[in-house]
Every structure is written in structure tokens, then in C-alpha cells.
Design a protein around this ligand. Structure first.
Ligand SMILES: *[C@@H]1O[C@H](CO)[C@@H](O)[C@H](O)[C@H]1NC(C)=O
Ligand SMILES: *[C@@H]1O[C@H](CO)[C@@H](O)[C@H](O)[C@H]1NC(C)=O
Ligand SMILES: *[C@@H]1O[C@H](CO)[C@@H](O)[C@H](O)[C@H]1NC(C)=O
Ligand SMILES: *[C@@H]1O[C@H](CO)[C@@H](O)[C@H](O)[C@H]1NC(C)=O
Ligand SMILES: *[C@@H]1O[C@H](CO)[C@@H](O)[C@H](O)[C@H]1NC(C)=O
Ligand SMILES: *[C@@H]1O[C@H](CO)[C@@H](O)[C@H](O)[C@H]1NC(C)=O
Ligand SMILES: *[C@@H]1O[C@H](CO)[C@@H](O)[C@H](O)[C@H]1NC(C)=O
Ligand SMILES: *[C@@H]1O[C@H](CO)[C@@H](O)[C@H](O)[C@H]1NC(C)=O
Ligand SMILES: *[C@@H]1O[C@H](CO)[C@@H](O)[C@H](O)[C@H]1NC(C)=O
Ligand SMILES: *[C@@H]1O[C@H](CO)[C@@H](O)[C@H](O)[C@H]1NC(C)=O
Ligand SMILES: *[C@@H]1O[C@H](CO)[C@@H](O)[C@H](O)[C@H]1NC(C)=O
Ligand SMILES: *[C@@H]1O[C@H](CO)[C@@H](O)[C@H](O)[C@H]1NC(C)=O
Length: 725
């Protein structure tokens, strides 16, 4: 049975394994030992303001006009871990660019006491924060043709900002072979050690208000770093707030799987507006217990979710036979998160750019794990891309065959029981469904970080040419290592833990304690999400918040529904603030919020991260500053009506898929009514006992039929292909 359910997938899986077997043979189990470069002029003694001259970036940077940014400093700073003198973190820090910010990093101790400074961290685990600097919120941005341009919405227009590669061994940060962090507590200690040296070099930072920000797997790092700072008796910095975007605060089931149905409800394009498919996913969700109900206020702790690794065969089977067990990390599609660096783009500016380049980096989600493992073995991007072309061809044939064999009417699906192939890997099932059956994703690419981006290949946003230029590298005081946008972090070869081999419990487990300690020390917590992110989708953040006790009460007492606007008065998102916890939602941003919505992110930074704007603040009487808009309080925020597809490399073949408003209207009326009519198929959580089927005689079915009809009509009228170029 396992074999038969695996059958359609096996050729591809075997192919992947065969390719990697070759690669595996060349792999050395030795982790690299790296150390900072000793550039001319390095001070001999301990960290002190004397080091500023050494770190100041004065040399040439490829494609950057001198003087086009504020003063910056870069290099490696130690983390003070006993026995590991070569363990350092690499930073690139830009002084605040606005008027009056000049000289802000070289200020003396006690000066500029009210001027903010911040750290930005990318995730991975093992992604370099230069990705954020050069493709999201930094003063220099890499373009699709590897040029470098300046960014009006860089976060250093509002604060001194450090982009820091961590944990040790990531990006330009160094580690000796035995020094990689085994867990998140060590990572937190390392970061506190780093900060204590940073303030020796830049003394004003010891007392100035400090903001710790980041995204994706930094949703795991930041709570651990915060915990370490709060537990340090005399912390080296004056922490004011933490901000986590599209972050992994919950465990794997929570951040990756739980949101699937919510995502489908908002993005029915993924299943071609097919109510049967949605009902199928709802049944699977229910059988997995992922249909968590949020209430405002929330009643009772939300129980730990079922771990999908205990529910399906395919991932376990692959893991057991795969040679890629290094680090013991449980092998799954989840490796995709390491591709938080997977560079896609959603700006029309970049979409239009031509880039017939050998460095196209539009690897599909399905190949993320392949690439990850190859990169782990130090194979070049070029090899990766060669393999990928081969893979894509083979994979497409497999998919076409599957699409022929599997009917859209779900007749080949389990009826009322958990699908034995996917189990509770619902997110992976959703992505596969789109790749198998739904135009335009069936053309090859599903960008899990940005749903409306179905370009294949995507426009690359790849800082590696710039950062591996020898002149640039020297000017940035970087070590003699090849900069990789991410490195699958080994976590001390742990065979336990999450799919990345990280043995530390997900921060959800201690968020209530953290929130209480943070509040006691005046530290605010900010969580934000983009609606176009399928991988770490907003529903998980809402579950996380409703499951945290802060200010003595569990969760928000009211559903976030207060709009906020940019400086031109455009609606950019929803903001909500209660008891020192802030949540922001960006309707048209992907996983990389500052990249998708640079101006909105900038206003958010100014008003709600650095500022104390009260919009969305719930007063003790329950009234909300800025009011509430009932139309914003639904669980589902419909996705945008434009799916971009075609080749990001050839602007002329790029198109936009849209659906008529009637299709959307039918979908929302279907959702409004069918939500209460979820066909329940027995309450048995393992799905072994079917008590009916997903399409029985209930309101959902009736609506589904009329919905189906209107969809058919609307679709036949309205496959509007709007060619944009
Ligand atoms: C760096 O080089 C200088 C000489 O240029 C030397 O005195 C110093 O010891 C070196 N430092 C390290 C850490 O190797
Ligand atoms: C920054 O300060 C330096 C020296 O203090 C000065 O030469 C330069 O003009 C200043 N730049 C700006 C943008 O204020
Ligand atoms: C950035 O700001 C400059 C000067 O204010 C302006 O000329 C330019 O158009 C802006 N660029 C973008 C992309 O907004
Ligand atoms: C630390 O780096 C130096 C080079 O600067 C190297 O000689 C030494 O072996 C490294 N130490 C460890 C423990 O890797
Ligand atoms: C959520 O509510 C629905 C509808 O009342 C119910 O079927 C489901 O079991 C609930 N989910 C959980 C996890 O309790
Ligand atoms: C809710 O929080 C508790 C800790 O208070 C944790 O044990 C549980 O796993 C969390 N629920 C989810 C769904 O993450
Ligand atoms: C997609 O196609 C593969 C290959 O045939 C098959 O194994 C898988 O079950 C399909 N998945 C979905 C969700 O349709
Ligand atoms: C500089 O930009 C050009 C495109 O204008 C690009 O081809 C080149 O690779 C870039 N060089 C570096 C070192 O970043
Ligand atoms: C860049 O530096 C490395 C050593 O750090 C050297 O091997 C390589 O040849 C240099 N490349 C160029 C183009 O100079
Ligand atoms: C929020 O934080 C402040 C300190 O900044 C603290 O005085 C206040 O009690 C906190 N509020 C709640 C509800 O925890
Ligand atoms: C708070 O932020 C909102 C952004 O939506 C802005 O419109 C408003 O002017 C800000 N309020 C203050 C007092 O700055
Ligand atoms: C599911 O099973 C029921 C009862 O066995 C049957 O009536 C129904 O047609 C099945 N549905 C599908 C989609 O196969």
C-alpha cells in the first residue's frame, strides 16, 4: 500500500537520489573551519573604539559610487565563546542616513542617547543577512542583472542598522570546525557575546535604544536571543523592542501546515476555484486537528498540534533511504525554509527586467531540498543549475503523467480518511496539487514565499557576484571564504529536533514567559505577516498570539481590524496593539515584506517599530485607536487577483492571470456558507473511521454545486490573460 501510494512520485524521488549519490561520494563529513582575515591595520588589542578605523568601509565596492550611502562599517567581531577564538559574526552597519545621523556610530559613550539603533537578521537556518541588506531593506539593492542601486526606503534612513550574519559559520561569519552552535541557547549566548564586543567598538550603542528585528527562521532566533539578553544580569544593550516578520515562532506543524486551508480560502486560484478540492483539504485539516478555532478573547491554551512526521509515509520513507541524513535532520519539503533566500521578486520593475543569465536562480520548490543538499556538499551554483534543468524535464513528465491519471474530481483520493501519502503534510500537498493540476503553476514553479509569483524562471536577486568580488570583499573586511546566500546549518549533528536538526524547542513553548519578562523590562514585542506568504502564513502568527499569555490575559481580546496607511494615505495593512504586543498584517506582501512593500514596511518601521504610534491600540475601555473596520476582521483576507507567470527572463512572455469578479463573489459566498457546513467524517483523529464523506447532503454540497456552476461559467468567460509585455 505504501508502495502503491508512492508509485507516482518514485521516479522523481529516485532520480533525485541518484543524482545526489554521485554528489554524496565527493562529500567530506568535515565541517569547514573558517577564521577572519587579518587585514592591514587590524588593532592588536581588545575591542575598543580604536577598531572603528579598521572597520570603516573606505575602499571600493563593485558597482557602488563612493559616497552614495552613509558611512558604514564592516567586519568580523568575536563572540567570546571559551575555546573558540575564531568564532565571529560578520556585520555590515550603516549609519542613519537622514540629517543629523552622520557620525552616529562613532559617537562617544553616553552621546545620542535617544537615537535608535537596530539589528536585522535573516533566517534559514543559515541564511546570510546580506540577503536582507541587498534584496530587502538595506541602502544598496542588487538588481536582476547584478548591478547595485540605492534604496530610498532603506531602514537606515531611520536608525543605525547592523545586518549581521549568524549563527557562526553563516555567510561571512566564521567558526572553527567544532564551534558550530548545537542549539538555540548557545546561539543566544553567542549573540550576547557579540553585542558585548559591538558596544566596546561603538560605545554609544550600550545605552541607546536597541531594536532586534528579522524574519523567517529568525522567528526562532530572536526569541532565544531575547531570552539570553533578558537573562543576562547587566545586558550589554538597552533592548526596547523585538520585531519578527513571517517568523517560525511555532513548531513545524504550526508554521508550515496549519494555515493551508486558510491559504486556499484566500487564494482559490491555487485550486482553480474548485469547491470539491477545498472540501477535501478541509476534511484532511480536520482529521489532522489543524482546524484550530480562534476566539477573541481566547479560551484556554491551544493544544500542541500533531507532528506531521508521524502521519505520512513518503517523507519518512525518503528520509530512511536517503543518503542525506547528515546532521540527522528529518528530511522533508521543509528544507524549503532554508530557501528563505530563494530569490523571487514581485515588483513590476524587476519583473520587466531581462536577464538571460546563466545564474538564473528560479529553482522550484520541489528542488529546494535537492539544491540545499548539493550546496551542503559545496557544489557550485553552476552544477546546481545544470542538474536542475535535467530535473525539471524529468519532473514535468512525471507530473503530466500524474495529471492524466488523477482526476480533478478527486476520485482517486481517500474519501473521509487521511491521505496515506501526504498525511498531515497539507502545505506540501497543496503545493503539489498546484504543480500537478493548476495553471500557471503547472508550468513549473510555485513560489512558496510569494503566491502570486508563478514566474519560471524567476528574476534572480543574487548578491553573490557582488559579495564575492575580491575588491568588495576586501573593502568589507570579509574572510577568504566564498559567500553563500545560505548554508544548511549543521546544529551539532543532532539527530533529534525539528526538520533542520535544530534540537531546541520552538519558541511558542516559552513565549508567555518571554512576554512577561519582556513587559517587566519594558520590551515590546511585534509580530508581522504578509498575506502572499504560503510558507509561514499569517494564520500561524494569529494562532501563536492567541496562545500567548501577556499582560495577564491570553491572546488579543479583539480581532485585529484597524487599518493603517502610508504617507500618501493609501491603505497598507492592519495594525493591532494590546498589552505591549503589536501585530501587523500586510495584504499584498510576501514572505519578504520589505522587498514586496518597501514603502509600507518603511512606514511600519517608523510608526510602530521605532515609533509609538497608537493606531490600533486597545484601551482599557476596549475602544480602539483608529477604529475598527468590520470588513478587515475576517479570518480570510482574499489574495490579489493577479498571478504573474511566464519567464521572468523574457519580459515578452510574461503574463498575468486574473479571474472575473463574479468568480470571486461566488467563492466568498461559498466560503461564507460552507464554513459552517464542514462535512465531519467521524471525530477520530487518525482518520481510521470514516463516518461519511466530504460531499454529503449538507449545505456545503448544495452551495458547492451552484458554486461549481458559476465557476464553470465564469471561467469559460473569463480566463483573462492580460499580457503585460
Ligand atoms: C595580524 O597581523 C599583524 C601583522 O600585520 C600581526 O602583528 C598580528 O599578530 C596578526 N593578528 C592575528 C590575529 O593573526
Ligand atoms: C558627515 O560628516 C563629515 C565629517 O564630519 C562631513 O564632511 C560630511 O559632509 C557629513 N555628511 C553629511 C551628509 O552630513
Ligand atoms: C528616490 O528619491 C529620489 C530623491 O528624493 C528621487 O529622485 C527618486 O525618484 C526616488 N526613487 C524612487 C524609486 O522612489
Ligand atoms: C584559528 O585561525 C587561525 C588562523 O588565523 C588558524 O591557524 C587556527 O588553526 C584556527 N583555530 C582553530 C581552532 O580552528
Ligand atoms: C473548530 O470548530 C469546528 C466547527 O465548530 C469543529 O468542527 C472543530 O472540531 C473545531 N476544531 C477544534 C480543533 O476543536
Ligand atoms: C500553546 O502554548 C503551549 C504553551 O503554553 C504549548 O505547549 C502548545 O504547544 C501551544 N500550542 C500550539 C498549537 O503551538
Ligand atoms: C502530484 O503528482 C504526483 C506525481 O504523480 C503524485 O504522487 C501526487 O500525489 C500528486 N499530488 C497531488 C496533491 O495531486
Ligand atoms: C556590476 O554590474 C554589472 C551590471 O551592470 C554586472 O554585470 C556585474 O556582474 C556587476 N559586478 C559585480 C562585481 O557585482
Ligand atoms: C580573489 O581572491 C582569491 C583568494 O582570496 C583568489 O584565489 C582569486 O584568484 C582572486 N580572484 C581574482 C579575480 O583576483
Ligand atoms: C507594558 O510595558 C510597560 C513598560 O514599558 C509596563 O509599564 C506595562 O505594565 C506593560 N503593560 C502590560 C499590560 O503588561
Ligand atoms: C500613526 O500612523 C498612521 C499610519 O497609518 C498615520 O496615519 C498617523 O498619522 C500616525 N499618527 C501619528 C500621531 O503620527
Ligand atoms: C465517498 O464515499 C461515499 C460513501 O462511501 C460515496 O457515496 C461518495 O460518492 C464518495 N465520494 C467520492 C468523492 O468518492
Amino acid at each position: 500500500m505504501l508502495h502503491s501510494s508512492l508509485r507516482p512520485f518514485l521516479p522523481a524521488a529516485l532520480l533525485v537520489n541518484a543524482l545526489l549519490d554521485t554528489a554524496y561520494a565527493q562529500f567530506s563529513s568535515q565541517l569547514p573551519s573558517t577564521f577572519p582575515h587579518n587585514y592591514t591595520g587590524i588593532p592588536a588589542g581588545d575591542y575598543s573604539p580604536e577598531w572603528q578605523d579598521y572597520f570603516r568601509v573606505t575602499g571600493d565596492l563593485a558597482n557602488v559610487t563612493k559616497g552614495s550611502t552613509s558611512t558604514s562599517y564592516a567586519g568580523n567581531i568575536g563572540i567570546n565563546r571559551a575555546g573558540h577564538p575564531n568564532n565571529t559574526l560578520w556585520f555590515w552597519a550603516f549609519e542613519r542616513a537622514s540629517e543629523g545621523g552622520n557620525g552616529s556610530l562613532s559617537a562617544n559613550a553616553g552621546e545620542r542617547e535617544n537615537e535608535p539603533w537596530m539589528v536585522w537578521l535573516n533566517g534559514g537556518p543559515g541564511a546570510s543577512s546580506s540577503l536582507g541588506l541587498l534584496t530587502e531593506n538595506g541602502p544598496l539593492q542588487v538588481t536582476g542583472d547584478f548591478n547595485i542601486v540605492t534604496n530610498n526606503f532603506s531602514w537606515n534612513h531611520l536608525a543605525d542598522v547592523f545586518w549581521v550574519d549568524q549563527p557562526v559559520g553563516t555567510g561571512f561569519s566564521t567558526s572553527d570546525a567544532d564551534g558550530y552552535v548545537p542549539n538555540e541557547d548557545q546561539l543566544g549566548q553567542d549573540f550576547v557575546g557579540f553585542l558585548s564586543n559591538v558596544v566596546r567598538v561603538f560605545p554609544s550603542l550600550a545605552t541607546r535604544p536597541f531594536y532586534l528585528t528579522g524574519e523567517s527562521y529568525a522567528g526562532t532566533y530572536i526569541p532565544y536571543i531575547t531570552k539570553a539578553i533578558l537573562n543576562t544580569e547587566n545586558p550589554p544593550v538597552n533592548l526596547k523592542k523585538i520585531a519578527i516578520g513571517d517568523g517560525t515562532i511555532g513548531d513545524f506543524a504550526l508554521y508550515e501546515e496549519l494555515s493551508t486551508v486558510n491559504t486556499l480560502e484566500a487564494w482559490p486560484q491555487i485550486i482553480n476555484f474548485d469547491p470539491d478540492v477545498l472540501q477535501y483539504f478541509r476534511v484532511q485539516e480536520h482529521l489532522c486537528g489543524y482546524d484550530v478555532n480562534l476566539t477573541y478573547p481566547q479560551q484556554g491554551i491551544i493544544p500542541t498540534l500533531r507532528d506531521p512526521f508521524t502521519t505520512a509515509n513518503i517523507y519518512g520513507a525518503l528520509a530512511a533511504t536517503s543518503p542525506f541524513q547528515k546532521g540527522g535532520s528529518r528530511f522533508g519539503y521543509s528544507g524549503s525554509l532554508a530557501f528563505a533566500n530563494q530569490l523571487s521578486t514581485s515588483t513590476s520593475q524587476n519583473r520587466a527586467r531581462s536577464l538571460d543569465s546563466p545564474r538564473q536562480r528560479g529553482e522550484t520548490y520541489l528542488f529546494a531540498r535537492l539544491n540545499e543538499r548539493m550546496a551542503e556538499r559545496g557544489l557550485s551554483h553552476r552544477t546546481l543549475l545544470r542538474q536542475r534543468r535535467l530535473e525539471t524535464r524529468e519532473m514535468k513528465e512525471v507530473r503530466e503523467e500524474a495529471a492524466r491519471a488523477w482526476k480533478r474530481d478527486l476520485s482517486g483520493r481517500p474519501n473521509g480518511t487521511l491521505d496515506p501519502f501526504y498525511g498531515c503534510f497539507l502545505f506540501e500537498e497543496m503545493v503539489d496539487y498546484a504543480l500537478n493540476f493548476t495553471f500557471p503553476w503547472n508550468q513549473g514553479d510555485f513560489d512558496v514565499y510569494d503566491i502570486p509569483d508563478a514566474l519560471d524562471p524567476e528574476v534572480p536577486m543574487d548578491p553573490s557576484v557582488f559579495l564575492n568580488d575580491n575588491t568588495t570583499r576586501r573593502s568589507l573586511h570579509a574572510p577568504d571564504v566564498e559567500w553563500e546566500m545560505f548554508f544548511p546549518f549543521p546544529f551539532g549533528n543532532s539527530s533529534e529536533g525539528n526538520p533542520f536538526g535544530d534540537p531546541s524547542v520552538a519558541p511558542m513553548a516559552f513565549m508567555s514567559e518571554l512576554a512577561s519578562n519582556a513587559s517587566a523590562k519594558g520590551v515590546g514585542i511585534i509580530i508581522y505577516e504578509g498575506n502572499n506568504d504560503a510558507l509561514v502564513a499569517h494564520r500561524q502568527a494569529e494562532v501563536v498570539i492567541q496562545n500567548i499569555t501577556f499582560g495577564g490575559t491570553q491572546g488579543f481580546t479583539q480581532k485585529p481590524s484597524t487599518p493603517f496607511h502610508d504617507d500618501s494615505g493609501n491603505f497598507v495593512g492592519i495594525i493591532h496593539q494590546e498589552r505591549n504586543l503589536t501585530y501587523a498584517f500586510f495584504p499584498d506582501a510576501g514572505h519578504f515584506v520589505p522587498r514586496s512593500q518597501p514603502e509600507a514596511a518603511f512606514v511600519f518601521l517608523r510608526e510602530f517599530i521605532l515609533g509609538n504610534n497608537r493606531t490600533g491600540f486597545v484601551g482599557s475601555s476596549g475602544s480602539v485607536v483608529g477604529g475598527q473596520d468590520p470588513s478587515l476582521s475576517a479570518d480570510v483576507y482574499p489574495g490579489i487577483n493577479s498571478i504573474f507567470y511566464g519567464s521572468g527572463a523574457q519580459a515578452t512572455t510574461t503574463g498575468t492571470l486574473t479571474f472575473p469578479s463574479e468568480t470571486w463573489a461566488s467563492w466568498s459566498s461559498f466560503l461564507a456558507t460552507a464554513t459552517q457546513a464542514l462535512p465531519v467524517i467521524g471525530n477520530n483523529n487518525d482518520g481510521s473511521n470514516g463516518g461519511g464523506d466530504g460531499n454529503d447532503d449538507n449545505a456545503g454540497y448544495v452551495l458547492k454545486s451552484s458554486m461549481g456552476l458559476s465557476v464553470v461559467l465564469a471561467v469559460s468567460l473569463g480566463w483573462l490573460m492580460v499580457w503585460v509585455r
